[in-house]
Design a protein around this ligand. Structure first.
Ligand SMILES: [Zn+2]
Length: 88
């Protein structure tokens, strides 16, 4: 266990988070990740692999939804954020 605020705690924190920069909108990335997730679920791979891949894809989908939130019925509506991609 590392002490909060220590140099080793800071290094551990930096290792846990990554930033990816892609030219695609959160909407496009989310749609493609959802398609990939559905295809993996029906891929015939072993269950453990399917579960871990779908869990990773869900974390990525969740991140796209942080950037571009969805409301009732899966619509973005007026839930704009600085990174939702609507104004660019
Ligand atoms: Zn928006």
């Amino acid at each position: 266990m590392t002490a909060p605020g220590s140099a080793s705690a800071a290094r551990a924190l930096r290792r846990r988070f990554y930033a990816y920069v892609v030219p695609d909108s959160p909407k496009s990335v989310r749609e493609t990740l959802a398609i990939a997730q559905a295809r993996i679920r029906h891929s015939g791979l072993d269950t453990h692999r399917i579960d871990s891949d779908c869990a990773l894809l869900q974390r990525l989908i969740d991140e796209t939804e942080r950037l571009r939130p969805l409301g009732v019925g899966g619509n973005h509506g007026d839930l704009h954020t600085p990174d939702c991609g609507c104004s660019s």
